[in-house]
Write a protein that binds this ligand. Structure first.
Ligand SMILES: [Ca+2]
Ligand SMILES: [Ca+2]
Ligand SMILES: [Ca+2]
Ligand SMILES: [Ca+2]
Length: 733
């Protein structure tokens, strides 16, 4: 009943308000990539709090220092008891002459033992001094002092007695004993600043910069280390945001021409910083134990896609040139989303640097990972590939290598290796294409043979790892950026996107339709669409009504139009949500998937800016199909699997079907569930996941009068296949 009402309502809107659809991109609210990785860490640190504390040792780094973010060298604070680098330590605050007393009463001046001889005056003999050493919270000595015991001995030789007297102490030292786990340092470069849980927040990635110098950048924006905005109390909150802090260095005053250098980019593929935003470098004054300003730049820069000239900062003076010197990058930004991005790369700190020739770099590096082995698609259904691999396999797989130096170099070998999840090498290849001119980026091709590269491992889906590396003669000071890894996924879907959203795509206008063109050389039944629905700065993309639609292409009528309504719901951490095509539609060759949106508001779908399938994306309004306006790949994937695919990093949130309809919603005392007799059970959960109600063998109306006003999750379990169907329920009483 509700369905009919909705549909007729929509028709009315569509006929009377034929609005012009436009497509738009919007910045994201969260850094979804970080949301996934730090969720696990949060639980492990909660476990640790209940036990003994973990104290992380920080080693001093030697010069020269280099990091181009080709790997993430940020220290991870996830030690567990039993790890090789974790040891149990008993700590105390002071020792006296090597002993560790629980308490110690002391005098600040010399005390004496007094001897009364048989004749003559008393003899005063100074007590030995106490050498008291003080320790910090991880057991390193930090200070020392000299004191004396407050006990004096009185020796009466005539009576042959020794007695003791106690002076009023000047101070009483009390040892607080502590037990903790000490974690040896690792080979990382960057540490968490201060004690604030989610500070840091600089994101090491291959996604948000433009024209990568070498693979990997550190990105600064308005979201913290968990991917969450620092402050969403209003859209315009502003202030200090991310910090990337180096470990301390072993500098000394004798060193000469010590310089820090780096490159930076304002914006890249992300949201560009505005005039009030800034990127800052601070140096640590070891003598004064404080951070001091060293350099900064402001936003609103004219070029958001290229790298600025290399920045050179001299580390001069004895306040800095001491053991314990460190530096940090930080930014000021709008704090309500992934906004005002700065990217930095190629950070170097070394002595004896000649700024006159300082910009000379001897290095060649991978810029991006190998292109997909399946051409335009980042991923294709495994069963389709195995049935007709030749239809999918790209004849040239490309690697992008940059020579950052002013000398031409020779690539001696460029290799790749494909491994199965079990670590078995299933293919390897070497290509020789030696010359790489100065200051150039070159695209190297691996010309593929006609053999099937990816074997049938008898699994429903497989993620193969690809490792690629090169060796060159001369002119290659940095070796860490000469290796790059990627993943070639075979699941049940076709994808143009890389699985990480950098932006969000939307249409505006009731009745607007979106179409995304694919081609399957193997005929099969299309069973579902995977959507990524990220949260954007406009928090209004949930619970819209869309009608899933399939066409052959933009010149034909739909071959499938759902007779049910689907409701987009936010996905989390770059996940996808599965919406069934019911009944499945057989497709072969070109097919176009999408939907019609029933409301005028914008519905945001994840947009991957690292791939470009703009030529496959269309929208339809007023009887005309228009091409999409932005480079990028929409995160919408047609799925040919019987069931939702679950894998470690692409977890489908739930088996979302759209046939579970609950009404009225909001409700007061009673709700109606359509097709109630097809469910064995209905569970109602609070928003924090507690089970509040359970109804077995539900009838069409369910009494919910015991629920108080609020938002709930209703989960119905189907009799047929025990699949779960969820709906949001609002109680308004
Ligand atoms: Ca950040
Ligand atoms: Ca880099
Ligand atoms: Ca290199
Ligand atoms: Ca991406």
């Amino acid at each position: 009943m509700i369905r009919v009402l909705l549909l007729s309502g929509w028709i009315l809107i569509y006929l009377t308000l034929p609005s012009l659809a436009q497509d738009k991109l919007a910045p994201l609210r969260y850094n979804e990539a970080l949301r996934s990785s730090t969720k696990a860490n949060a639980t492990s640190s909660q476990r640790q709090i209940a036990r003994l504390p973990f104290i992380y040792e920080i080693d001093t780094l030697p010069l020269p220092f280099f990091d181009d973010f080709s790997k993430n060298r940020t220290k991870v604070y996830d030690a567990q008891v039993g790890d090789e680098n974790v040891s149990l330590n008993v700590l105390f605050e002071f020792s006296a002459n090597g002993d560790i007393p629980a308490t110690l009463e002391i005098k600040f001046d010399t005390t004496y033992s007094i001897t009364k001889p048989l004749s003559g005056p008393l003899v005063y003999e100074a007590n030995p001094p106490l050498f008291i050493e003080f320790y910090d919270s991880i057991g390193n000595p930090i200070d020392f002092d000299t004191a004396w015991t407050n006990v004096i001995s009185l020796v009466n030789i005539g009576e042959g007695t020794i007695t003791f007297d106690t002076l009023d102490p000047d101070d009483v030292l009390i040892n607080e004993f502590d037990t903790l786990y000490l974690v040896d340092d690792d080979k990382t470069h960057w540490i968490k600043p201060g004690n604030e849980e989610n500070r840091g927040g600089a994101y090491i990635n291959n996604a948000f910069a433009s024209n990568f110098l070498t693979q990997g950048v550190a990105t600064f924006d308005g979201t913290d280390a968990s991917g969450v905005p620092y402050d969403i109390s209003s859209e315009t909150t502003y202030g200090p945001a991310d910090t990337l802090e180096s470990k301390p260095f072993a500098l000394d005053p004798e060193m000469e021409d010590v310089y820090l250098s780096f490159f930076y980019q304002a914006g890249g593929l992300g949201n560009a910083p505005d005039e009030e935003d800034s990127l800052i470098v601070d140096f640590f004054n070891v003598n004064e134990n404080r951070w001091e300003y060293a350099w900064s730049t402001e936003g609103n820069q004219s070029n958001t896609d290229d790298w600025n000239d290399r920045v050179w900062l001299e580390v001069a003076g004895s306040d800095y040139k001491r053991p314990g010197f460190k530096f940090r990058f930080r930014n000021y930004a709008t704090l309500s989303g992934i906004l005002d991005q700065w990217h930095i790369d190629y950070v170097e700190l070394a002595a004896d640097r000649d700024t006159a020739i300082g910009d000379t770099i001897n290095d060649a590096a991978f810029v991006t990972a190998l292109s997909s082995f399946t051409g335009r698609y980042t991923s294709v259904p495994y069963k389709h590939y195995l049935e007709d691999y030749a239809a999918f396999q790209e004849d040239t797989v490309k690697a992008l290598i940059r020579n950052l130096g002013e000398q031409a170099v020779n690539i001696l070998n460029l290799d790749y290796e494909i491994s199965s999840p079990a670590g078995l090498i299933v293919d390897q290849f070497t290509t020789v294409d030696p010359s790489l001119e100065a200051f150039t980026v070159k695209r190297y091709g691996f010309l593929q043979v006609d053999d099937q590269l990816f074997p049938d491992l008898g699994e429903e889906f497989v993620d193969f790892s690809i490792k690629s590396w090169f060796n060159i003669s001369g002119g290659n000071d940095q070796r860490a950026n000469d290796t790059i890894t990627s993943v070639q996924r075979f699941h049940n879907y076709y994808a143009y996107d890389d699985g990480s959203a950098e932006s969000a795509y939307s249409l505006r206008g009731a009745g607007a339709e979106l179409g995304y063109l694919f081609n399957t050389p193997v005929g099969d039944s299309l069973r579902a669409l995977y959507f990524n629905f990220p949260q954007t700065l406009n928090d209004d993309a949930e619970d819209f009504d869309i009608v899933l639609t399939v066409w052959n292409d933009t010149s034909s009528e739909p071959i499938f139009t759902a007779d049910y309504i689907s409701n987009p719901q936010y996905t989390y951490a770059n996940n996808f949500r599965r919406y069934e095509i019911n009944p499945p539609v057989y497709v072969e060759g070109d097919f176009m998937v999408g939907f019609q949106q029933l409301q005028a508001d914008k519905l945001f779908i994840g947009y991957d800016l690292n791939n470009n399938a703009r030529d496959k994306l269309f929208y339809h309004v007023n009887d005309v199909w228009y091409a999409a306006s932005f480079n990028g790949a929409l995160m919408l994937r047609p799925d040919f699997g019987e069931d939702p695919m679950l894998s470690t990093n692409e977890l489908a949130d739930s088996k979302m079907t759209t046939r579970l309809i609950v009404f009225p919603n909001p409700a007061e005392n009673v709700i109606h569930v359509t097709n109630a007799d097809s469910y064995m059970r209905i569970d109602i959960y609070s928003i924090d996941g507690s089970l509040l109600m359970q109804v077995s063998n539900p009838s069409e109306s369910v009494d919910v009068s015991e629920l108080s006003k609020g938002i709930y999750l209703l989960q119905a379990t189907a009799i047929s296949d025990q699949s779960m169907h969820t709906a949001k329920l609002i109680i308004s009483q």
